[in-house]
Design a protein around this ligand. Sequence first.
Ligand code: SF4
Ligand code: SF4
Length: 187
Amino acid sequence: MDSQTIKKLNFDFSGRFYVENITDRKNRSILIKTNTLMDYEKIKEKLAPCGLHCGKCFAYEEGDIVKYSKTLKNNLGSFEVYAKRFVDLLDKPVFEKYPDFKDMLECFAISDCSGCRKEVCKLFKDCKVRLCSENKGVDFCFQCPDFPCENTGFDEHLYKRSININIRMKEIGVDNYYEEIKNKSRY
Ligand code: SF4
Ligand code: SF4
């Protein structure tokens, strides 16, 4: 977009924006980006009220970690038989660790959380944010008049993380925040 372009953006309560009208100096309409309610609802399925990205959680049943763990598990088949042989055959003691790796892979592959919008978090059992945000009628903590609060039930690390995420969402909007993090590991 050049410096001659005039933008008129509308912001709503959720922090998302949509384009009301964009024209250049010659009064030509330019559509840059439109975010719909549907987009926002889809994003909400992935982001918890605390801001953590359920979509990238190892426990999320529709997430890449579960999906690729299942694929890897299927592809490895009965690899344990070969792992034992490869210790000597390839002179690689690391293959002795295969049973532990297999257990971990199995753990990832059977994870089945449907996300914070649908069920209580399976990782952070003391989380108070989910219920609290419902009672407050907000989708994310940054939309709450009491944000930031001490009512999260989080440990120090998670608390800081949640605050920073919510500040960022407030700053740039939920849609833009999601664009920023959607392909990044949450770990
Ligand atoms: S609700 Fe908790 S366990 Fe489930 S996907 Fe989200 S962060 Fe992971
Ligand atoms: S009171 Fe705290 S935990 Fe509850 S919605 Fe507001 S900011 Fe989030």
